[in-house]
Design a protein around this ligand. Structure first.
Ligand code: HEC
Length: 217
């Protein structure tokens, strides 16, 4: 019995260490690289609510249009700053130096953010704002204490039910995860073909194996 208790404690200790190192317990982000509707909604949200401050300069509008199957014309009309071209990178129009002056910290490029922090972290962060009068924007964050970013989704949160808001943030994080690894959708699709191919290959291999061993027995 003592051994069992010791075993359980040892098995759980990495979890305790992890919790201590990584701070708050994170929510699980609903990431699904195959869900085009969610990714399209996420792209729209990112461009409306985040791109004003956070560039995503390793991504181009053209690639979003083709990967997420959005008409290039719609991307151009509704998602891009006027003057930008389809082949352009997703940049902000504001100088990071000015932003650093305004906010106290420059908003980083977010193309690879979900790989840096994990989708769960970003999801929990975006859902983690709470009122705090002591902070310059009147909000603080459970996941990123004393963050210099305002709660930019506050209006959306007010407009939607809590479930719908969580879904929107989920779509947004899903899009950010796609952006950090755009090849994933393609890789998963290829993976299925590879498995089917291997399954079919097994048939001749099985017969060949039988043929080889026929005379040995
Ligand atoms: C008004 C400008 C502004 C807007 C709009 C904005 N942010 Fe921020 N964001 C910031 C600033 C400033 C920081 C840096 C905070 C710091 O270091 O304290 C930041 C930090 C972050 C971070 C943490 C980066 C890190 O790893 O250190 C994430 C994630 C993030 N923002 C996501 C978003 C998302 C997603 C949106 C759109 C819903 C968004 N932000 C919209 C200003 C903005």
């Amino acid at each position: 019995m003592k051994k069992l208790i010791l075993f359980v404690l040892l098995a759980l200790s990495p979890l305790a260490v992890q919790a201590a190192e990584h701070g708050p317990v994170l929510l699980h982000a609903p990431v699904n690289a195959q869900d085009k509707v969610s990714l399209q909604n996420g792209a729209k949200l990112y461009i409306s609510y985040c791109l004003g401050c956070h560039a995503a300069k390793y991504m181009r509008y053209e690639r979003i249009a083709s990967d997420l199957q959005i008409e290039p014309k719609l991307v151009q009309e509704y998602m891009m700053f006027t003057g930008d071209k389809l082949g352009d990178q997703m940049n902000t129009k504001v100088d990071p130096k000015d932003q650093a002056k305004w906010f106290g910290a420059a908003p980083p490029d977010l193309t690879l953010e979900t790989r840096l922090r994990s989708p769960d972290w970003v999801y929990s962060y975006l859902l983690g704002f709470y009122p705090d009068e002591k902070r310059p924007f009147g909000v603080n964050n459970h996941v990123f204490p004393d963050v210099a970013m305002p709660h930019v989704l506050a209006d959306l949160e007010k407009e939607q039910t809590p479930e719908a808001f969580k879904q929107s943030v989920g779509d947004l994080v899903n899009f950010m995860a796609y952006m950090a690894e755009p090849i994933k959708t393609e890789r998963e699709r290829l993976g299925v073909f590879v498995l089917i191919f291997l399954a079919i290959l097994m048939i001749p291999v099985w017969f060949l194996n039988k043929e080889y061993w026929k005379d040995v027995k």
